[in-house]
Design a protein around this ligand. Structure first.
Ligand code: ATP
Ligand code: MG
Length: 232
């Protein structure tokens, strides 16, 4: 078992007029290597949920175990969680700020204190994983790339941390149909080839039903459906 979530509840602004129960007693298990599609209307709690898996938010109540380790515990550092669980934010390309593609991808691994050699190896590997040509693109400015390419650079930056679990929040948001197919195709290949556990957040069932092993549907902070695309 890769991820076990027990009675996870999150309340924003508790005991105030703005109190919002964004997650309401979520229970879920995800196996190693599974490809999960997480869908639900706007405001249903998808982003809140995945931010807990990445340690960015702490639960109001409940626990999350990643390979048996309780990441909600005070003793587990954010750095430790980030090496296990990589989160690609919606519009992640806006977080690219270095002058070259290679430097942008190296940003995460650099913070891990790895050798220059290991960092370059990881940049190369992670670019290959998302179908970007290292030799052609490494010294290019990320700002000159297409929307789909920029987003792939952002995904490569997360992959360069070698996470066991990859979470993508609406990776196709704002892309044209060509960019969307490019990204979804790349994510599918990533799963097939490297067997990484993937959680893909989307508004649209159609976009992802063909790709994933399992669909999880959220509504008002609860999981209301959980099954194979065929079942749902
Ligand atoms: P979308 O599809 O629009 O991205 P979502 O499913 O990701 O939506 P969340 O962003 O998790 O939904 O929001 C769940 C609920 O929590 C909503 O009611 C939202 O208004 C509220 N919420 C989200 N973030 C915050 C925050 N930082 N402070 C207060 N309330 C928040
Ligand atoms: Mg969201």
């Amino acid at each position: 078992m890769s991820i076990v979530i027990k009675n996870l509840t999150h309340i924003y602004n508790p005991k105030s007029p703005f109190e919002t129960k964004a997650l309401d007693n979520i229970n879920l298990e995800i196996d190693k290597g599974e490809f999960i599609g997480l869908i639900g209307h706007t405001g249903s709690g998808k982003s809140t949920f995945i931010q807990h898996l990445n340690g960015l938010l702490k639960p109001t109540s409940g626990k999350i175990f990643i390979n048996g380790l309780d990441i909600t515990s005070k003793d587990v550092s954010l750095k430790e969680i980030r090496q296990k669980v990589g989160l690609v934010f919606q519009y992640a390309e806006y977080q690219l700020f270095e002058e070259t593609v290679a430097k942008d991808i190296a940003f995460g691994p650099k913070n891990l204190g790895l050798s220059e050699e290991e960092i370059e190896k990881r940049v190369k590997e992670s670019m290959e994983m998302v179908g970007l040509n290292y030799e052609v693109l490494k010294d290019r400015s990320p700002f000159e790339l297409s929307g789909g390419q920029k987003r792939r650079v952002a995904i490569a930056g997360i992959l360069a941390m070698k996470p066991e679990i990859l979470i993508l929040d609406e990776p196709t948001a704002g892309l044209d149909p060509k960019g969307r197919d490019e990204i979804l195709g790349q994510i599918k290949r990533l799963h097939e080839k490297y067997k990484i556990t993937i959680i893909l957040v989307s508004h649209s069932m159609e976009d992802i039903a063909k790709l994933v092993d399992r669909l999880i549907v959220m509504y008002r902070g609860k999981i209301v459906m959980n099954g194979t695309p065929r079942e749902i």
